[in-house]
Write a protein that binds this ligand. Structure first.
Ligand SMILES: [Fe+2]
Length: 192
């Protein structure tokens, strides 16, 4: 088929459902101190992520941080952070997703929480890590009043749903419900 006529993939779409997220949620709920141990992403001035909470589960090792954010976010191999000792159920979930997509390199792993009535403002994620890896998400908590939005697409994933999204395109998240929204984001590179 002529490449010009090949339909483009939407910027976000579901790839699986029914993943068991209960063990990880129970561990997160039992350890509220796991949130916001590393606030580089949520406290930067003007960041679109200012109103959300994070658990950085895997990324560049903190001993590599010398005060130079650009260097820290440059090319690197990700490592598990000590927080996995408090929420060990995250690892089998991540590797189930690796198997699902036949991933060959595992990059950053992040858990985000958008509070009731909260939102992530429209933005594009740039930099080496965002462009090197594909983004796969597992919805841990979610409902139909919460949406992951692009200009021409949106998804309202339920707990256990797995989906992929292109964060090089403008996107935002809205939570118009009375419940928190928690998402596991896994950065994976395949063979292509
Ligand atoms: Fe983003």
């Amino acid at each position: 088929m002529n490449a010009m006529l090949k339909p483009a993939l939407p910027p976000i779409f579901q790839i699986a459902h029914g993943f068991d997220v209960a063990p990880l949620l129970a561990q997160i709920d039992a350890h509220p101190d796991v949130w916001n141990r590393h606030t580089m992403r949520t406290e930067a001035y003007g960041t679109p992520h200012a109103k959300i909470d994070d658990i950085w589960v895997r990324y560049n090792a903190w001993e590599n941080f010398t005060g130079d954010i650009a260097a820290f976010n440059g090319p690197h191999a990700s490592t598990w952070y000590p927080v996995v000792n408090d929420i060990p159920a995250v690892k089998p979930l991540v590797f189930d997703v690796m198997r699902l997509v036949e991933g060959e390199q595992l990059g950053g792993v992040l858990i985000t929480r958008v509070p009731p009535g909260g939102r992530v403002e429209p933005h594009i994620d740039d930099g080496w890590h965002a462009s090197y890896y594909h983004k796969i998400a597992v919805q841990l908590r979610g409902n139909a009043e919460q949406a992951f939005c692009f200009d021409d697409a949106e998804l309202r994933p339920m707990p256990g749903d797995v989906y992929t999204f292109d964060n090089s395109q403008r996107h935002w998240v809205v939570n118009e419900s009375h419940d928190e929204r928690i998402t596991l984001i896994i950065c994976i590179r395949g063979s292509g």
